[in-house]
Ligand binder design. Structure first.
Ligand code: RM4
Ligand code: MN
Ligand code: MN
Length: 427
């Protein structure tokens, strides 16, 4: 389904007076700040949508379809991301998971995506599920496996994914490994690490010159005793040993409870080894909930470190790191969920942009702990939604994407076009 420019225009016209009122209020309140610069940064910031989040996710207990209209193929997934991007102008990229999505005709897929203003972000390999007819199984791991034949199959799959990505114009590969062990004694940790490292080295050697490889870590699940890339330290070890094209990828849901993610992010950035993000939110584990739905303050604190750390290195906020969502669950309309996630990310980014850095540094130097907190919470508690909406307005998108999505009955249109019964590929 396509949204026409005039539908966006009509929607925006109806909200314009109230929007301008809120925006002017913000402009007055933040008159000491170059607000135009902030708005431009918000316009430029794009977050990639994962191809596996466009259908309802399942849990290991079951899967409940939404009312229908799930994308039946990669073309329809691109169409859905195009819809999101038309609504918010902040979702200008798609991240594919292979083999859940295999582009048969890369040129056609690429031009379809371009027609919606979309690029291809990182491609993701999958060595955590056995594919039908695969000669060997990943039951006991992939790149870490004790059997060379299994490692070889997993390495070749990753190289194949790189080739698919090259054809689409991607410039990075995300490797998330389910590898690990479920019981003490099952693995020789050093051997698992060395096997994984040498497998990653072979994949690294196949990367084109302008590519990056992101090594994602996860504390547990599906293995529950050890994970071979279990935390940021292990990921950083691999990234450092692999070379300058290798980076750590932080998925917000992949830490042990209460981990200080903002500190992890800050130090990885300092080391030049932070590659990208998988945004989501969690209460307990890798819950993959809507970004900002559980811990919005943590999201802001992470962005606070990101902005400070990227500015210290003169990095372009929009292109310096890979920004992706990784979420999927089974109670919301996935497109509405993604709109909410993007909005939460943009708000946290806007809040971080407005932190009074000079005053914060001064307060830190003076050990004025109270003032440090006041400075951070001043922006966190400010309602900056009108700034984010203004960025959308300037980029030709909707002032209120979710309301427009609902008032145009987009899901109903998708159901009419695609039917009720289909289930998109993904988890
Ligand atoms: C993992 C991890 C990966 C994602 C898979 C589907 O927990 O977050 O990034 O590709 O799930
Ligand atoms: Mn992830
Ligand atoms: Mn995950």
């Amino acid at each position: 389904m396509n949204i026409e420019k005039n539908q966006i225009q009509t929607h925006n016209d109806s909200l314009l007076t109230s929007h301008e009122h809120k925006l002017n209020h913000l402009k007055n309140e933040w008159s000491h700040i170059d607000i135009e610069k902030v708005i431009q940064k918000l316009v430029d910031f794009q977050i990639a949508i994962p191809s596996w989040a466009l259908g309802t996710g399942g849990t290991r207990f079951g899967r409940f379809a939404i009312n229908g209209g799930e994308p039946r193929n990669i073309e329809e997934k691109i169409e859905d991301v195009g819809l999101l991007h038309a609504l918010n102008a902040s979702s200008g990229a798609i991240s594919l998971h292979i083999p859940w999505d295999i582009p048969q005709n890369p040129e056609a897929i690429k031009s379809l995506a371009a027609s919606y203003g979309l690029k291809f972000d990182a491609v993701n390999s999958n060595t955590f599920q056995d594919q039908p007819g695969a000669p060997v199984s990943y039951k006991f791991g992939s790149l870490q496996h004790v059997d060379k034949a299994v490692r070889k199959q997993a390495i070749e799959h990753n190289i194949e994914v790189i080739k698919q990505g090259v054809a689409l114009g991607s410039e990075s590969l995300t490797v998330w490994l389910a590898d690990g062990s479920c019981f003490p004694g099952q693995l020789n940790f050093r051997q698992a690490f060395q096997n994984t490292l040498s497998s990653l080295e072979e994949i690294y050697a196949a990367l084109p010159a302008n590519w990056k490889i992101f090594v994602e870590y996860k504390a547990y699940e599906p293995n529950f005793y050890s994970t071979t890339v279990g935390d940021w330290g292990q990921s950083l070890l691999y990234a450092n040993k692999l070379g300058e094209k290798a980076y750590t990828l932080v998925d917000l849901g992949h830490h042990l409870p209460n981990a200080n993610i903002e500190q992890i992010v800050s130090l990885l950035l300092m080391e030049g080894k932070l590659g990208g993000f998988h945004f989501n939110d969690s209460k307990y584990g890798d819950d993959d909930l809507t970004t900002g739905s559980i811990k919005p303050y943590q999201l802001f604190l992470i962005f606070n470190e990101l902005v400070e750390g990227m500015d210290a290195k003169n990095m372009d906020h929009a292109t310096g790191l890979g920004w992706m969502i990784d979420a999927s669950h089974n109670v919301k309309d996935p497109l509405e969920d993604l709109l909410q996630s993007i909005e939460a990310i943009m708000i946290a980014y806007a809040q971080a942009l407005l932190v009074d850095r000079k005053a914060l540094t001064e307060a830190q130097q003076n050990n004025d702990v109270v003032l440090c907190q006041e400075i951070l919470q001043h922006t966190f508690r400010s309602d900056l939604r009108a700034l984010v909406a203004e960025a959308r307005l300037r980029a030709g998108a909707a002032l209120s994407p979710l309301n427009l999505y609902r008032s145009l009955a987009c899901r109903k249109t998708l159901i009419d076009q695609r039917g009720k019964g289909n289930v998109a590929t993904g988890l």
